[in-house]
Design a binder for this molecule. Structure first.
Ligand SMILES: [Zn+2]
Length: 343
């Protein structure tokens, strides 16, 4: 076969055709790869330092706080993202399981609802009484050990309200978290049980005003406890936060012992929490203002629940052994009728 040399005009047509084909092919590839479509927003992640949880069993905070909802966003999901400083959540050393607990039973009361597990795997349990719109939370045993009487008190309250759930006003709901520090509860009735199994004082571990160390002047100082590796590093802390974010409450009472009195939330003190302390002081006779030792609180539970909109008080029982049940039953019954004062 012989070949005829191409004329310049014919060569130009061929080169032009090849270029046209390349351009058309490029446009086709761009269209099919989505290169011209509008960019999709990245999903909001509360925690970016860990891979996203892929199953309910390995839920971490970012799955407890829904980033996608099937319905319109609710009032609780939007502020939730603002409340939690994303940069302060580091990786958890072990996978932590937190059931998303939103009581749905129609029964007048239910419990225990397991809202999480301690460092050593003990369940953290909440009871619900009543079904009303105004929700209140009572917490025992954030400090275990020789504050064990606070847990004996929550047990007595649970026994009382499960026998008489109609003592809760119809427009109120009472949540009782019997023991926030079950690992400390399991230790002897001494100072060692104050911390959780990581030697963390849970009442210093919440992600508000958190500090790794604190001035010990005027503060409990019998052991060298710590505040956790970072804000909300402890599973007990995260369990409480997840529950409150899912179940917003009007007011929180967190029990301690022993130096009778009320300590309102806030720095500076929150006016609603002061009003709550005054009101409960009148009911119980526990003093407000209580004796102030000069201790400055960092990362405390009631300061964090205040950031969710809940008034809060720490309540100190008079001793390490008596639950002062009658007084504290009156406290809870009064709490269930409390409303924040008008602005
Ligand atoms: Zn305490």
């Amino acid at each position: 076969m012989s070949s005829k040399p191409l004329s310049p005009a014919r060569l130009g047509w061929i080169v032009g055709g090849i270029w046209a084909l390349i351009v058309l092919l490029s446009i086709f590839l761009l269209l099919t790869s989505g290169g011209f479509s509008s960019p999709q927003p990245e999903p909001i992640a509360v925690e970016t330092s860990e891979p996203a949880a892929t199953s309910p069993e390995s839920a971490t905070l970012d799955t407890i706080i829904p980033t996608e909802t099937t319905g319109p966003p609710t009032a609780t999901t939007v502020p939730t993202l603002a409340l939690i400083p994303t940069a302060t959540f580091g990786p958890s050393p072990t996978p932590i399981e937190f059931p998303t607990v939103v009581p749905t039973s129609n029964a007048l009361w239910e419990g225990p609802l397991v809202i999480g597990y301690s460092v050593q795997g003990r369940p953290i349990e909440v009871w619900r009484f009543g079904r009303g719109e105004r929700q209140y939370l009572v917490i025992g045993g954030i400090h275990g050990g020789y504050e064990l009487n606070t847990i004996e008190l929550t047990d007595q309250l649970i026994t009382y309200f499960s026998a008489k759930p109609d003592a809760v006003p119809t427009d109120a709901t009472l949540f009782i978290l019997r023991s926030l520090n079950p690992d400390g509860e399991a230790l002897p009735h001494k100072k060692e049980g104050r911390a959780n199994a990581n030697d963390v004082d849970l009442n210093r571990s919440f992600p508000i005003g958190w500090s790794p160390t604190w001035d010990r002047d005027g503060c409990w100082d019998l052991l060298e406890l710590n505040a956790g590796t970072h804000p909300a590093s402890e599973p007990e802390t995260i369990a409480l936060m997840a529950f409150v974010l899912e179940n917003p409450v009007l007011a929180v009472v967190s029990y301690h012992s022993a130096a009778p009195g009320f300590y309102p939330a806030g720095e500076p003190l929150d006016p609603n929490s002061i009003a709550l302390a005054r009101y409960l002081s009148e009911v119980t006779g526990y003093p407000y203002p209580a004796y102030y030792t000069g201790c400055y609180m960092t990362g405390s539970l009631v300061d964090w629940t205040l950031s969710t909109g809940a008034a809060g008080v720490d309540v100190e029982l008079s001793t390490h052994w008596d639950t002062e049940f009658d007084v504290n039953l009156n406290l809870v019954l009064a709490l269930l009728r409390w409303l924040p004062p008008e602005e």
